[in-house]
Write a protein that binds this ligand. Structure first.
Ligand SMILES: Cc1ncc(COP(=O)(O)O)c(C=O)c1O
Length: 382
């Protein structure tokens, strides 16, 4: 298919990626981390695209990548990226896949957070003559998985990893997911300090008992953008900062005008009595993610915006069926239909959660203003 040159010629629904916003977002975090003397191991789970990754690398201050699936590891390795951290606790059935990638030349690191898994990984490595590089996951904010940085298990797991020929102890890592619940600069700074300090504490405890811990890896978009001193930290992981989304705007680390990802949808009908505008952008196009529902402003399934990120009559996607989006005003149920919206008009919808929305698509239409300048493929699945 020949690339349509104007956004108005694109088939809807489709996924738009604003090149200027993408580049500005990449530059912003790269400069922030660079100014603190740190380096980024960007998370590719949001974009899952080698073209976006090339832009991130061009942005500077990066070393290696972080992946959330081994399919991402396969794809980025095939596309020339060798330094990869697989940042979901390893399940033992995936070790042969990890081994395969390592033997093909991929410098793949894995994470784990329990004694039984450490023993299984070590014995798999010993039996198969391979040495897995392992980071121990820390729970620094009571959010998800990981060991207590102050607990005995940390030392016990590190001793197993360090004591086996099948594993080598690379360090500790954490992800302060509780930062997604912050919405003030003070709380963001506080959680970024917590993430850093509890990670450095864990690393110091390991070093005190002569266990190696060369890598201290932290990160989430809110904490990466808020941290003011990286002492003791060797790398910062962040992903959604490349695109941003309404949740990140609600957290306070970006503005609507910074959101690089949007869904283009067409108006297909009206329910005048109810003040509804119907589009072809339902939840299949936007995802079912309702990430802003717990925030101060709930944008339903997304906020209708102009290309410069301005709201259009405060319209949100209030309801979503599989292929139908129902737009109405954010504050009044009976909204007045904007004069500019007719059957066939296009609307751009800013997503709640960029990772979920992007995962509904296999490609990005890369846009510069009204012009489509490229199509970039992305991967999905496991
Ligand atoms: C382990 C890990 N590291 C880093 C990140 C990046 O977080 P964000 O997308 O907020 O930048 C995530 C996101 O879920 C994660 O799970």
């Amino acid at each position: 298919m020949q690339l349509p040159t104007l956004v108005s010629n694109l088939p809807t629904p489709c996924l738009l990626l604003d090149i200027n916003k993408l580049e500005a977002n990449i530059k912003h975090l790269s400069e922030h981390i660079g100014a603190l003397g740190g380096s980024l191991r960007p998370h590719v789970k949001t974009h899952k695209s080698i073209d976006v990754m090339r832009k991130v690398i061009e942005g500077g201050n990066t070393e290696g990548i972080t992946v959330s699936t081994l399919k991402e590891a396969d794809y980025f390795f095939e596309n020339g990226v060798t330094d990869i951290l697989y940042a979901v606790s390893i399940s033992p059935d995936k070790l042969s896949h990890v081994q395969h990638l390592m033997m093909a030349g991929c410098d793949l690191k894995i994470i784990l957070d329990n004694i039984d898994v450490a023993k299984l990984v070590a014995s798999y490595g010993e039996r198969n003559g391979i040495c897995f590089k392992v980071l121990i996951e820390l729970d620094t904010d009571n959010h998800r998985s990981g060991v207590d940085p102050e607990g005995d298990e940390l030392i016990e797991i590190a001793a197993i990893i360090d004591g086996s020929k099948g594993t080598s102890m690379l360090g500790v890592m954490t992800h302060a997911g509780e930062s997604y619940h912050c919405n003030t600069p003070e709380s963001l700074l506080e959680i970024s300090h917590l993430e850093r300090d509890r990670s450095v504490l864990a690393a110091d405890r390991l070093k005190d008992v002569k266990l190696p811990c060369p890598v201290v890896s932290i990160g989430s978009t809110p904490t990466a953008l808020s941290i003011d001193d990286l002492k003791g930290i060797t790398e910062v992981r962040a992903g959604v900062y490349t695109f941003f989304d309404l949740v990140m705007a609600g957290v306070g680390v970006c503005q609507h005008k910074d959101i690089a990802l949007s869904v283009l949808a067409s108006v297909i009908g009206f329910q005048h009595a109810k003040g509804w505008i119907i589009t072809d952008g339902g939840w299949m196009a936007l995802s079912r993610d309702r990430g802003t529902s717990g925030q101060t402003i709930d944008y339903g399934y997304g906020l209708v915006s102009t290309i410069d990120g301005h709201a259009v009559n405060n319209l949100i996607v209030r309801q979503a069926n599989q292929e139908h989006g129902i737009l109405s005003n954010l504050t009044t149920v009976n909204s007045v239909r904007p004069a500019t919206l007719n059957i066939g008009s296009h609307v751009q919808v800013l997503p709640n959660h960029a990772c979920s929305t992007a995962s509904q698509y296999s490609k990005y239409y890369v846009v510069d203003g009204d012009h489509v300048i490229a199509e970039w493929d992305r991967i999905n699945g496991w």
